[in-house]
Ligand binder design. Structure first.
Ligand code: NI
Length: 161
């Protein structure tokens, strides 16, 4: 399975639309968004993707964000999402509290921990846990990136938007 990973899109509609096109081009099965959409329009711009999201620290209008997810046949899971794919137990957390993020990584329960928030790409084994940060869709004047995880090989590819 190929899982698209995106985070911290912060209302950058142009880069979100580019990300949607890239995920479609690479035939991902679905996409995890690690939060910080900011406005519901940033969620609506993901229309066409099968999206599973979590909230970030800049996602204040939760009611309208939930409505936006529902309207594109996708689901926002809350602050934390746990999913198993191809035998990999995957934890998703925005990363707002660094100590909680580190505890998830170091607890040894998860094969993969995915987070965002720092806007820094990461693809690293910590003990037996693969740690992934896709970087930021917004870019903030620097590099804008998304990632794709192949759950059969545990290989992560980063794509510049
Ligand atoms: Ni954040």
């Amino acid at each position: 399975m190929k899982i698209g990973i995106m985070s911290d899109s912060h209302d950058h509609l142009e880069n979100i639309k580019k990300s949607v096109a890239l995920f479609k081009k690479h035939n991902v099965d679905y996409v995890l968004h690690l939060g910080d959409y900011v406005s519901p329009n940033a969620v609506l711009a993901c229309r066409g993707l099968k999206l599973a999201g979590i909230f970030g620290n800049n996602d204040g209008d939760k009611f309208r964000l939930v409505s936006a997810f529902n309207s594109i046949d996708s689901e926002i899971k809350g602050e934390f999402h746990e999913v198993e794919e191809d035998g990999l137990l995957i934890a998703c957390y925005h990363g707002s509290e660094p100590q909680l993020k580190d505890a998830l990584i170091e607890c040894g329960k998860y094969n993969v921990v995915i987070y965002g928030h720092t806007h820094q790409c990461r693809n690293e084994m910590v003990g037996s846990t693969l740690v992934i940060n896709p970087g930021t869709v917004h870019g903030f004047g620097l590099e804008a990136t998304i990632a794709i995880l192949n759950t059969e090989t545990s290989k992560t590819d980063f794509i510049h938007i």
